[in-house]
Design a binder for this molecule. Structure first.
Ligand SMILES: Cc1cc2nc3c(=O)[nH]c(=O)nc-3n(C[C@H](O)[C@H](O)[C@H](O)COP(=O)(O)O)c2cc1C
Length: 194
């Protein structure tokens, strides 16, 4: 089983999302033979710019060598997603939404013709469905509340690509709930993660 681990916290030491992702992957590894690929988006990804948009919109056979080079990273990120059997993502809420580094990732993997397409029935995801765990951490924003623009956004984005088997694990409002919440989340990971 191939696991794709996606981290997005700017923190390393004391990052709760990275720690919980470690624990969830450890649990998955106990139950089957696994291979883990890691994509740490916090290490920096480019933002989509004009040459990239033009390259995206140029049919593959007409792309110049420069355009092919421009798309190399995006193609690699897409291929990591395509080959994963399970995705485990750690996402801290930053200013009510996803970290900018994760948004940069999203803009690099949403590729018409590769990960989604427009049909006469509207948009259609081109990735096969697979189990996806999204661990969301927050200081005060409750996941599922009116001011949570993270969980619904990520669920919608994954379903746009064809991935609907998404489980949100909320380690939220940690500045209020602290270690009680973490104990609860750890129990959820131990008992629910197959
Ligand atoms: C730049 C920044 C913005 C943040 N914005 C929010 C926010 O809007 N709502 C919230 O509840 N917590 C916010 N936090 C707190 C983090 O979500 C919280 O500390 C979380 O545990 C971070 O995940 P990590 O422990 O994996 O780094 C913010 C933290 C940072 C660094």
């Amino acid at each position: 089983m191939k696991i794709l681990r996606i981290d997005s916290s700017a923190r390393y030491e004391n990052s709760v999302s990275r720690q919980l992702v470690d624990e969830l992957i450890e649990k998955l590894q106990k139950d089957s033979d696994t291979e883990v690929a890691t994509r740490d988006v916090a290490k920096g990804l480019p933002f989509v710019d004009e040459p990239m948009v033009v390259a995206y919109n140029t049919p593959e056979e007409d792309r110049t060598p420069e355009q092919k080079e421009i798309l190399e990273l995006s193609n690699q990120l897409v291929s990591e997603l395509q080959s994963a059997d399970v995705i485990v993502m750690g996402v801290p809420i930053y200013n009510f939404s996803v970290p900018a580094a994760l948004k940069a990732y999203i803009d690099l993997v949403a590729r018409a013709g590769l990960t989604f397409e427009y049909s006469s029935q509207g948009p259609k995801g081109l990735l096969r469905d697979r189990k996806t765990y999204i661990i969301i951490t927050s200081g005060g924003t409750p996941v599922g509340s009116e001011i949570d623009y993270t969980s619904g956004y990520l669920k919608h984005f994954f379903s746009f690509l064809g991935i609907t088997d998404v489980e949100i694990i909320a380690a939220d409002s940690l500045s209020r709930t602290g270690s009680d919440k973490l104990t609860q989340v750890r129990q959820q990971i131990l008992s629910n993660v197959a």
